[in-house]
Design a protein around this ligand. Structure first.
Ligand SMILES: *Cc1c(COP(=O)(O)O)cnc(C)c1O
Length: 398
């Protein structure tokens, strides 16, 4: 069922080899399903790493895209356009923050948050010039820029890419005492994923986010939550921080914010923080363009119904129960929250081969870290499709 070697070589002939895709060539998609060039259908259990939370080509999002494409698609920020303010207002409403700075990719939004935290540190907290540090967690994934890989603990993400940007300290994930100990008078932020996605859906111990919130408040340090993958419905709440009723100082958003249609990312924070940015200090040619704003606003409107968060909670409980019924001699652990799961295989198993078998059986999922199968189906999946997903994983493991 997988594609021939010659076909594969042709696909990669002129492409950089920075990815190792499953051997499937997608030509079309709708909702939770994709169709390959041979007309074979697959259930999408990855959803573009949560960029496709609303499924492929959600009518409301494609409608917003088409309508905007007929009007104006790009102005640059040299001029105002009529979709910018409504998008910023919508996202401010959703996050409960006063101000929004739109960018394109997740990594750009993380870079924006790092700049915000540093400037806040120097200009408001009073950290001496060039001394700011930011505390991060081991196993983090915040993107691929040279600064961001500077504080990655993934050797392959860093190898031969130095020299690295200083000013970051990494502490064990989920360890409050280590985080507190790493904070000093020059610490400007704790930058954390509320749930570590790329690490394999690693969920912090209960109370951790609340402790981080308390400590950062006590020590005059910003809590920057990278909700690029965990936010916008994936965990059964609008933001993963909501699971512990925690409100960070800065939300970093991306992936699903573009509805799987266009790249849209953003940083949201209150006015006193956001105003560290002044004209000329930061920007992006494409950030906040009319097409992005039209789609992003439609995404917020979908989330404001609460329907997707509820589906994520309910179907997530079904997914969790299903995964926990898989044979213990194959599955060492299941970590799940909402419609998001990391299935840890027993020692020696290859998550890649399991994903290849799942593909042959008609379900697309993605391995991470050799022994973890990561599942993140679109939030539009049905109960039958969740059963199909669990059943297919079971068959691939057999
Ligand atoms: C995907 C991701 C990023 C990077 O987003 P890109 O759009 O790929 O640059 C950053 N942080 C988290 C938590 C992510 O999951």
């Amino acid at each position: 069922m997988s594609i021939a070697t010659g076909e594969l070589q042709a696909l990669e002939a002129h492409a950089a080899h920075n990815y190792h895709p499953l051997p499937v060539v997608i030509a079309q998609a709708e909702g939770a399903w994709v169709t390959d060039v041979h007309g074979r259908r697959y259930l999408d259990a990855l959803a573009g790493y949560s960029a496709l939370n609303f499924g492929h080509r959600h009518p409301a999002l494609i409608g917003a895209l088409h309508e905007q494409a007929e009007r104006v698609t790009l102005t640059s920020r040299a001029f105002h356009h009529d979709r910018f303010a409504p998008f910023c207002a919508a996202l401010a409403r959703l996050t409960g923050k006063e101000a929004v700075l739109p960018m394109n990719t997740g990594a750009e939004a993380v870079e924006t948050a790092i700049k915000l935290a540093r400037r806040w540190g120097y200009e408001l907290k009073g950290v001496p010039a060039d001394r700011a540090n930011i505390v991060v967690a081991d196993g983090n994934f915040h993107g691929r820029t040279t600064t961001i890989v500077s504080f990655s603990s993934d050797e392959e993400a860093r190898r031969s890419f130095g020299p690295f940007t200083p000013g970051f300290r990494s502490v064990p994930a989920g360890d409050v005492a280590a985080l507190e100990a790493a904070i000093d008078e020059d610490t400007v932020a704790a930058l954390l994923e509320p749930v570590q996605g790329e690490a394999g859906v690693v969920i912090h111990p209960a109370g951790y986010l609340r402790d981080v919130r308390r400590i950062t408040q006590e020590r005059d340090v910003l809590f920057v939550a990278d909700e690029i993958q965990s936010g916008l419905g994936r965990t059964g709440t609008t933001f993963a921080c909501d699971l512990e009723d925690v409100v960070p100082d800065v939300y970093v958003l991306g992936k699903a914010l573009g509805g799987g249609v266009v790249p849209v990312s953003a940083v949201a924070a209150d006015r006193d923080l956001m105003d560290v940015f002044t004209p000329g200090s930061h920007g992006s040619t494409f950030g906040g363009n009319p097409l992005a704003c039209a789609v992003g606003e439609a995404v917020v409107e979908l989330l404001e119904t609460g329907e997707f968060q509820q589906r994520s909670r309910e179907l997530g409980a079904q997914l969790d129960a299903g995964l926990r019924s898989l044979p213990a001699e194959r599955v060492a652990a299941v970590r799940s929250v909402g419609l998001w799961a990391g299935v840890e295989l027993t020692e020696g198993a290859s998550a890649r081969s399991v994903c290849e078998r799942m593909m042959e059986l008609g379900v697309l999922a993605k391995d991470t870290h050799e022994t973890t199968v990561r599942l993140a189906p679109p939030l539009v999946v049905t109960t039958d499709e969740v059963d199909l997903l669990v059943d297919t994983l079971g068959r691939a493991l057999a």
